[in-house]
Design a protein. Structure first.
Length: 493
């Protein structure tokens, strides 16, 4: 197989299962933003006698009866875990000497646990036991590199949200919408209103029009219901933050505000950028923002509003269908965005009988296609390379090269542990010249935008593509995300 690579500088920057499904997709129609984000919320019914007269009264009544975070709890300000010096490798652990020193000086509330101290220095320390990090029988809790909590435990922390009147800021990673939009978020937040925030706007390709992406995201979120508005932001550049802050303040109405989202979606970074815009005095110690999924382990309240309501950072929701749940820490670093995305379209047509590999993690087969078909690969992974070979040789090539020439996986042993790629989606797409037909989105990795160049070919244009990924990773077929750098919108691939 020959390696395909765009400009090398460009790379400086729910139903899981292996069974194959065939999806026929016709040209999608985006839902206008105005029609997509104003579905009314459906709060759980309560007896008339128990209904407060206003959202402010509702918030005060609930806060008076249930304290989400006890005030006498002494927790790490970075992750929210209760500080302790008894069980090494468990949440909130501090070395006994440091713990005792901080206790005597009454500085525990201003302290980081040992794990957060290491995270703040740039280490990648997985916190959540999932995928290949699940401990074998008999392994010690907190074993180095094996995680210290579970997805179920973190979800349990969020369950009280559905019983409290609150405003939910639901964050979605714009570079991985398929892997971070929570379709079952209503199970966690009940009927509370949601303001949808698309994060990492600065990582989308040059030429992207944010308003078009916001309309597209509104359509993608329509099934959630109760979404009152959609905003796109960059915590790094500050784009969109002031508009999002104004919307959150207008919708809050005396209620607590919870930042909710999938793991590593950028909640803590958004919080740090948001606070100066909503509070006259920014707290000295803020939740830790790190690239490791699972940084926040508990609810982290911040007193920044008048009237007793609070802003909460929350643990990320871990979704088992994401690629990140299957990767080791070093491999996860290879797939993380390091700069603005630069979509890559191979110059030669994607011919029938050709297979493309994204490192050793994903395979896309061109089963049938007209010569005008173009595939554009969109990812922020700084070390993900694209490789090509005949489909007839694809299985053998992957077995021989994954973890060696094709990385990630990090090595041959990791590739063997990850297992053979599974055929999980076959998509039949109707093509229209000069348009993108659909995206094949690989949860937690990126997406392939399927387009068609101008052509003199007569009759219906169709393409059939097959997508292979590790067991448990999901692939979604969705309307094409309108980003810059696609071959049908006049941008150079």
């Amino acid at each position: 197989g020959r390696a395909l690579q765009a400009d090398p500088a460009a790379h400086k920057r729910t139903s899981p299962g292996p069974r194959n499904r065939t999806v026929a997709v016709h040209p999608p129609v985006l839902v206008p933003r105005s029609a997509a984000v104003h579905d009314p919320p459906a709060p759980a019914p309560r007896p008339a006698s128990a209904r407060p007269s206003s959202p402010r009264a509702a918030g005060a009544a609930v806060r008076a009866s249930v304290a989400l975070v006890p005030r006498n709890r002494v927790a790490c300000y970075g992750c929210g875990a209760e500080l302790q010096a008894d069980v090494a490798g468990s949440p909130g652990y501090m070395e006994p000497e440091r713990y005792e020193m901080k206790r005597k000086r009454r500085q525990l509330r201003e302290s980081l646990c040992d794990r957060c101290r290491r995270l703040s220095s740039g280490e990648i320390l997985p916190a959540v036991v999932e995928g290949r990090l699940k401990r074998p029988s008999g392994a010690a809790v907190g074993e180095e590199g094996r995680g210290i909590t579970t997805p179920e435990a973190l979800r349990g922390v969020l369950l009280p949200l559905r019983e409290r009147p609150a405003l939910i800021a639901l964050l979605v990673d714009l570079t991985d919408v398929a892997g971070t939009l929570l379709p079952r978020v209503r199970e966690l937040v009940g009927g509370n209103p949601i303001l949808l925030i698309g994060t990492k706007l600065d990582l989308l390709p040059r030429g992207t029009e944010p308003e078009r992406v916001a309309d597209w995201l509104s359509g993608a979120a329509r099934k959630i219901g109760g979404v009152v508005d959609v905003h796109l932001v960059s915590s790094k550049s500050g784009d969109g933050l002031q508009a999002a802050a104004r919307a959150l303040l207008a919708e809050r109405r005396g209620r607590d505000l919870f930042l909710l989202g999938a793991a590593n979606v950028g909640k803590s970074a958004f919080l740090q950028s948001l606070l100066p815009l909503v509070s006259p005095a920014t707290p000295r110690h803020l939740p830790l923002s790190a690239s490791t999924p699972g940084t926040t382990l508990s609810l982290l309240p911040i007193d920044c509003f008048s009237g007793g309501s609070q802003l909460y950072d929350t643990p990320g929701v871990h979704l088992h269908h994401r690629m990140s749940a299957r990767l080791l820490p070093a491999e996860l670093a290879m797939t993380m965005p390091r700069g603005r995305m630069r979509p890559y379209t191979p110059r030669e047509a994607a011919a029938e009988g050709t297979s493309f590999f994204w490192g050793g993690l994903a395979r896309i087969d061109v089963v049938s296609a007209p010569p005008a078909l173009r595939l554009t690969f969109c990812t922020g992974g700084s070390r993900l390379r694209l490789h090509e070979c005949p489909t007839a040789e694809a299985a053998e090539a992957h077995a021989a090269r994954a973890g060696i020439e094709w990385t990630p996986p990090q090595d041959a042993a990791s590739a063997a542990e990850l297992g053979e790629l599974q055929l999980v989606r076959t998509a039949r797409l109707r093509l229209t010249p000069c348009e993108q037909a659909a995206d094949l989105a690989i949860s937690g990795l990126g997406w392939v935008s399927v387009g068609c160049l101008p052509t003199l070919q007569q009759g219906a244009l169709e393409a059939t593509l097959a997508v292979w990924v590790p067991r448990g990773v999901e692939v979604f077929v969705r309307p094409p995300m309108p980003v810059g750098g696609l071959p049908t919108v006049g941008s150079e691939a």
